[in-house]
Ligand binder design. Sequence first.
Ligand code: ADP
Ligand code: MG
Length: 733
Amino acid sequence: ECPEGRNMMKFRSTLPAYKEKDVILNAISQNQVIIISGETGCGKTTQIPQFILESEIECMQGAMCNIICTQPRRISAMSVSERIATERGETLGETVGYKVRLEGMKGRDTHLLFCTTGILLRRLLVDRNLMGVTYVIVDEIHERGINEDFLLIVLKDLLPRRPELRLILMSATLDAELFSSYLGGAPVVHIPGFTYPVKTHFLESILEATRYQLTPYNQVDDYGTEKMWKMSKQTPRKRKSQIASTVEDALSAADFKDYTALTQESMSYWNPDCIGFNLIEYLLCNICEKERAGAVLVFLTGWDDISSLKDKLQAHPVLGDPNRVLLLACHGSMASEEQKLIFNKPEDGIRKIVLATNIAETSITIDDVVFVVDCGKAKETSYDALNNTPCLLPSWISKVSAKQRRGRAGRVQPGECYHLYPRCVYDAFEDYQLPEILRTPLQSLCLQIKSLKLGSISEFLSRALQSPENLAVQNAIEYLKTIGALDENEKLTVLGHYLTMLPMEPKLGKMLILGAIFNCLDPVLSVVAGLSVRDPFLAPLDKKDLAEAAKAQFSHDFSDHLALVRAYKGWKVADGDQTGYEYCWKNFLSAQSMKAIDSLRKEFYSLLKDTGLVDSNPATYNVWSYDEHLVRAIICYGLYPGICSIVHNEKSFSLKTMEDGHVLLYSNSVNARHSRIPYPWLVFNEKIKVNSVFLRDSTAVSDSMLLLFGGSISKGDMDDHLKMLGGYLEFYM
Ligand code: ADP
Ligand code: MG
């Protein structure tokens, strides 16, 4: 054996999971379902599938063994399978492979396959008994993603039909009992972990250490602080719902005077609505001055704050100096070369700083982390069933998440963790995060239930680990009926059938299907890809006007979506001349988003080809691509019933939707630049409740377009149309 292989073997045997190998294999052989919990980094994902594989090979069953291990994200499916192949001294695609949407690496000899949960669900569509599969491992179940909860209902039904199939659930945190009782009292194996102590700082102690060196967020005297505190308590509370924040409730119930002076001070430094970039910069400088080696992991909420903080730090004399600091980002949409950099050890004397989303909380382990900075938030979608409005807001993490984040600092030696919020805020965090199935719209899920022929949607969902509110289920079913994917009796329509072949939001699928049928696919591909990535139109705060003007040159017709189509077209031409970056820079476009759009267009095209709706000759499917009127109609077809009416008054206009009343446009919408819009309606992609309801990307459409392309023509919808159109139909029919 090569020395490298021996080193790997030695490394593997140091992981806590290794000591439990026999216990785990024993439990698996004696039970159809087991649950394994153990701290992040203890070797669950990389080791346990290998233990099973090796034991099967030992008893000469290797050829019969087929292990599928699901991951909630594509990036972890890819990086984990690659890691295991390396540990085994193989190349990816031999024994170990992976499959994610439209990408994969697997061969005839692959017996251990990593895939996203979505891929396994799609496999169940054509192979409902998972014939030939001997083990299913569902990883990271503590995350309680909607797909994982869905998969569990399906697998629970499958177990009696496949008595020899083994199901293994793996979780980083200890809410294992919940899963155990759901699955008929399945045994739980816990892998005892070992972590070094982590010194914990809350905002109070950070401020004490940095006193007089920082400008507070809100420079106010004591009296002012207390006044502000009182005022913030008086702002009207939101209606109580499942998504109401317990943090806010707890803080507003508390009395400012009861806090210690230091806590009072830290509460006035602390701004619950933004992440303190100055404080982070200061902390990072401090850490860089320390003698102690070790990487820094900074938890932020998403791509946008990662990239703005990265810009800020890159301009800093120390933190931006590549000879002293290796500054990296870690988020779900990064490219795979970028991914590998995170695991590399920097040269001596260079401090590695990784700005990450909560993807680094449990699914990706960076070994050399010694310092953790935690902003206390994560971006998650939430959904308010009563108003039927999804919200995407950074929200407070749970105590479990905070503990996970802290634990990342103590994996290889004692570490330090800086929580950027006062201790009393931490005390107000929920113990666990609300599962996704209880806080997101359920349309795609309901469509999947129908396509897997799982019977009545509400009956099926009532068997979930935690069932969503009935109102949320009804809203989703209504939506699917409105867009014509389900008929009156909840049966899949032809459109619905095609939509289930396209793993994306139904509205995006609808546009693609129509773009294919009407032979104007090219611009529609851009629209759909554009809606699937981070907004490519940048709006840096200090150059807001310039950026908005740059966007406006792409728009002569009251549509953000068509502006994107033109921006992409221009980029594609420029990119061919190697000047893509310059083009982006000049036009305030994100080069990364443009590239993402480019590759998503290819992905979507090939998904569409699988449905049989397009042939492979671009000349055919692009006959009408020049016709922007048609594209506008298709946008309307997809985004309906996301519509609002435009009410003009003397100087400008206001917007109204049926559910929300008055709504506003984001300032970077091209439609926000006008005082008149010569159309009666806007269709929009997304509305987000912040304080008011805001519409992101919108396109103006005419009455006739809305009538012809809005939804299906069933009685119930017609009533809605009538309400919306204020009698317009009666007048014309
Ligand atoms: P768990 O699933 O329990 O969180 P993993 O099996 O993912 O743990 O990781 C076990 C250990 O393997 C980690 O602590 C880390 O030391 C190492 N490891 C995992 N992935 C990689 C990688 N891509 N590169 C280097 N080391 C890795
Ligand atoms: Mg893992």
